[in-house]
Design a protein around this ligand. Structure first.
Ligand SMILES: Cc1cc2nc3c(=O)[nH]c(=O)nc-3n(C[C@H](O)[C@H](O)[C@H](O)COP(=O)(O)O)c2cc1C
Length: 385
């Protein structure tokens, strides 16, 4: 059997930059929020191609890579049978993001591949240090981890654990992260007796390829923001003013300035990313028609289940989001023509946002349309190289 060498290792070496440095060359980073859970971000029956299957997501990642996107990642969810409810069984079926990006490493060349990991559900820092170093080599230094602490009610119990108090989770996440970083840095056996994890003569080799893997977080609380400012390269924020773009644009400058200032105090730089859902068409009428098509076919029970789930957790994100906005989805909503979308992107950038991580109702055609009609305008606007 002939083994085909991965093009990833060869091609991503061309400019000698790490994935993060390459992404930083663009004023506005571009990410793809992989729909590795059933129904993507919209509990609607309206017909679409979107699928949680690996094959579908792998094709999306390859297309995003070809369009020059910087980042792809997906959620980590541990819903029970029936997911968040309704006939759709919203979010019942989910791929694991750590395994998913492993499969995408050899298929892509430039994308940062980020895995969401609930580090408090039974992981040891040595596990993630080793798995992460392996993924880093598989992707030629393009792997990163989105560290989540588990806000959803009932998830800890699925692992036989009790829910941990919100701020304590971030204290534990800090200890976990520091131990993992040490294992990546030190070329000696490591012995640490922490408050929550211990290790004796632990050693991680290989070290990650091309330096420390990218660290990501998506908090909204003071504890979540402090964690991100201290350790993370990328931070996802949600609009405290809800999903409507004008309200979000008004709220972002203060929020992004505060986070970046906190990072500076730690001697660090952090890039801030938001995750809009995009409905983009040639005319505003077509946009409204598409929005109506999705909303009119909403699965009410699934929508209610989703609202309850996000409100019953102890998370500070998504608080300003209205029920009717969640029917379509997106932490913010960019519903407009290509030039309107680009105008919003320019304003987002001015508001301190360094990247947009995109989702679509119908991913494959949505991504193609974005690549053909919006991307060239983003380049003209000087937001992309
Ligand atoms: C873009 C984005 C992606 C997230 N992905 C996940 C995820 O996959 N799994 C999860 O349990 N929480 C996820 N979260 C929730 C966050 O980890 C966090 O719990 C939430 O934003 C609340 O922040 P806080 O803990 O600072 O209140 C995500 C949040 C955002 C904004």
């Amino acid at each position: 059997m002939t083994i085909k060498p991965s093009t990833a290792a060869v091609l991503s070496n061309v400019d000698g930059l790490s994935a993060l440095d390459r992404a930083r060359r663009n004023k506005l980073m571009l990410g793809l929020f992989l729909p590795i859970q059933n129904c993507g971000w919209s509990p609607s029956f309206a017909p679409r191609t979107t699928s949680w299957h690996f094959d579908y997501n792998a094709r999306l990642a390859v297309r995003a890579d070809e369009f020059g996107f910087d980042l792809a990642f997906g959620l980590a969810l541990w819903t029970g049978k029936g997911g968040m409810g309704g006939k759709l069984k919203y979010w019942e079926t989910t791929l694991d993001p750590l395994m998913t990006v492993a499969g995408m490493a050899a298929l892509t060349n430039n994308l940062m591949l980020v895995s969401t990991v609930h580090i408090l559900y039974g992981w040891h820092p040595l596990h993630l240090a080793k798995f992460g170093a392996t993924l880093s080599h598989m992707s030629d230094g393009r792997w990163g981890v989105n560290i989540v602490t588990g806000y959803a009610t009932g998830e800890f119990q699925k692992f036989g654990k009790e829910q941990i108090e919100h701020d304590l989770r971030y204290v534990m996440a800090a200890e976990f992260t520091e131990q993992m970083l040490r294992l990546w840095e030190v070329d000696e056996n490591v012995s640490i007796s922490g408050n929550y994890w211990r290790m004796e003569n632990a050693f991680c080799t290989p070290k990650p390829a091309r330096g420390r893997p990218i660290l990501v977080n998506a908090g909204s609380s003071p504890a979540g923001i402090e964690f991100a400012a201290k350790y993370c390269d990328l931070m996802f924020i949600t609009s405290p003013a809800g999903a409507e773009i004008e309200a979000a644009l008004a709220a972002f400058p203060a929020q992004t300035a505060q986070i970046k200032e906190l990072a500076r105090r730690h001697g660090r730089e952090i890039k801030i990313i938001v995750n809009p859902l995009l409905i983009c068409r040639e005319t505003e009428k077509e946009v409204r028609d598409e929005q109506r098509r999705i909303t009119e076919a909403v699965d009410i029970e699934a929508l209610d289940g989703m609202m309850v789930s996000q409100r019953s957790g102890d998370n500070k994100s998504w608080r300003g989001h209205q029920r009717e906005q969640r029917a379509v989805g997106g932490n913010i909503q960019l519903f407009g023509t290509p030039s309107q979308v680009v105008d919003w992107c320019v304003r987002l950038h001015k508001a301190g946002v360094d990247g947009i991580h995109l989702s679509f109702f119908d991913f494959a055609p949505g991504l193609e349309y974005f690549g053909a009609r919006v991307l060239p305008l983003l380049k003209q606007a000087g937001l992309r190289n």
